[in-house]
Ligand binder design. Structure first.
Ligand code: B4P
Length: 191
């Protein structure tokens, strides 16, 4: 199995680049944001619980997200690899992922981190909010809250993977094609 994590702040382009990566490398796309939005759309108990957190710019509790990832992983046992998009977002999630991958006798090949300035991120998210209907993108206060959650809870995840020598920073500004090219160069060195 060849597993990658796409890492970065809200609006850094994880979802955008994931579509290209999974198509080119035949990986299974595991986006916790997309899985949560599907639960919300279907009004499941998990979705109803998650919506309050997401609308306020907070993270959904670890046990909810980890359970969801576990069952998605089990549904794709014959995958040739996974692209984790927006997961892990806390150190507890990273440790749970390590255990899960250990059990499956596989590991993370690399963490690709998209580096984008905060002003550019706010511009992108407010712009997406105009068309996506995503309630967490329309209010600048909620967007700023998501950044502070990212700084406090998600940035420490970078340290977890730096210690394991798996963390790579990639310039996340420029055209979608330019960024994809930089990502492919790193993947091709490791696949
Ligand atoms: P996510 O769905 O993961 O989304 P995101 O971080 O907001 O955005 P992403 O980085 O994917 O940006 P995109 O490509 O769309 O999370 C949403 C929420 O779900 C979280 O706040 C949290 O509440 C919850 N959640 C998810 N995972 C969780 C977890 N593991 N634990 C707990 N809670 C969790 O790009 C953004 C915009 O920029 C788009 O409009 C795009 O078109 C544009 N764009 C992309 N690349 C561009 C470029 N190069 N130039 C200009 N614009 C660009």
């Amino acid at each position: 199995m060849f597993n990658l994590i796409l890492f970065g702040p809200p609006g850094s382009g994880k979802g955008t680049q994931s579509d290209y990566i999974v198509e080119k490398y035949g990986l299974i796309h595991l986006s916790t944001g997309n899985l949560l939005r599907e639960e919300i759309a279907q009004e499941t108990p998990l979705g109803i619980e998650a919506k309050n957190f997401m609308d306020n710019g907070q993270l959904v509790p670890d046990e909810v997200v980890i359970g969801m990832v576990d069952s998605y992983f089990d549904k794709h046992e014959d995958a040739k690899g996974f692209l984790f998009d927006g997961f892990p977002r806390t150190v507890a999630q990273a440790e749970a992922l390590d255990k899960l991958l250990d059990l499956k006798k596989t590991q993370i090949a690399a963490v690709l981190a998209l580096d984008v300035s905060e002003e550019e991120l706010i511009k992108r998210l407010l712009n997406r909010g105009k068309t996506s209907g995503r309630s967490d993108d329309t209010n600048e206060e909620v967007i700023r809250k998501r950044f502070s959650v990212y700084t406090n809870e998600t940035k420490p995840v970078a340290e977890h993977y730096k210690k394991a020598d798996k963390f790579l920073s990639i310039k996340g500004e420029g055209t979608v094609d330019e960024i994809f090219e930089s990502i492919c160069k790193e993947i091709d060195k490791r696949i």
